[in-house]
Write a protein that binds this ligand. Sequence first.
Ligand code: ZN
Length: 363
Amino acid sequence: MRGAAAAALAALMAAAAVRTALAWSDRTHVIITEEAIARLPEPLRGLFAEEAALKRLQEAAVAPDSRRKQMEKDAAAAPPERREALKKKADEEKFKHYLDIDAITPEPPPFKNFPRDRQAAEKLFGAKAFQEHGIVPWAAEQALNDLADALARGQTERIFRAAGDLAHYAADLHTPMHVSKNFNGQLTGNDGIHKALEVGLYVRNEEFYAAEVRKNRREVAYLESPRDSLFEWLIQANGRMAPIIEADTAARRKTAYNPGAKTPDAEKEMEDPANEKSRPYYAALAAELEARGSPEASAMRDAAAHLADLLYTAWVRAGKPASLTPAAPAPVSESAHLSPYLLLIPAALLLLLVLWPRRKPQQ
Ligand SMILES: [Zn+2]
């Protein structure tokens, strides 16, 4: 019985550890967040720069993706009568990560007439269009408002959650493949470019990107209209799709390799930098991108600079608080799905205590 309780406890601990582990593609959010914090002025930087606070913020910056994946899993595993409602909830999270602006309007870039106000945009194009093509700028704006409010009230738990959401959605909005209808190269014969760039290219050049993101540091800017800025950045990211597609086309032609092919080894070829078969393609892709000014690296660097501006703007709006209330302890992870597991751990410990064989009292 005691063995069983201990085994259950170990399984719970393992579940908790898996949830906090970072996937490869999460690394981008982690380094963008770290760089944004490094760019902040004091005393704002001090709120997030200390090791534990930074780690907590980085986990919160990755949480929206893990949240989304978990919600999708929950929906798929739910009984039929609950599946639809859970799927709808999962979709609501999913839409926050992108806005394929050129799928919604026939207007060419720079989309001057595209309403920046969500209600006006929904009135013009229909609310349904945004349930298909995404709402990322408004999700980022909402996170910024939440963060300003939480900072003003000194609500630590909420501050980290909102700052993490802001870091995530703001970075997603700088990713060309999150703001273009050709988001996976599917319209131009570049199928698979999304993951090839975000995962394959990144794992082979992590040091390069870590250095790129730190370049051209400048002073943070207060944003008079964060929503207008968010749209401006999104539209700039949309413009970076073309050189990425060109680079991919050239790399595929030179190496006769298709990173989107659904072969049994596809995952290994993408994720393993030592893989021989995909090596020439990724080397060619890096070179072709560099020849076009590394638009994907510029996107990451801009994401960090702009995230610093957004954090700074929220902080100014909140009245520039100099410290966070130290009352709330840092959770293991910001993932909402972790909490029920954490509650089970003390319960399992209690069970262990109760089941522990009692010594007979000495007579
Ligand atoms: Zn995302």
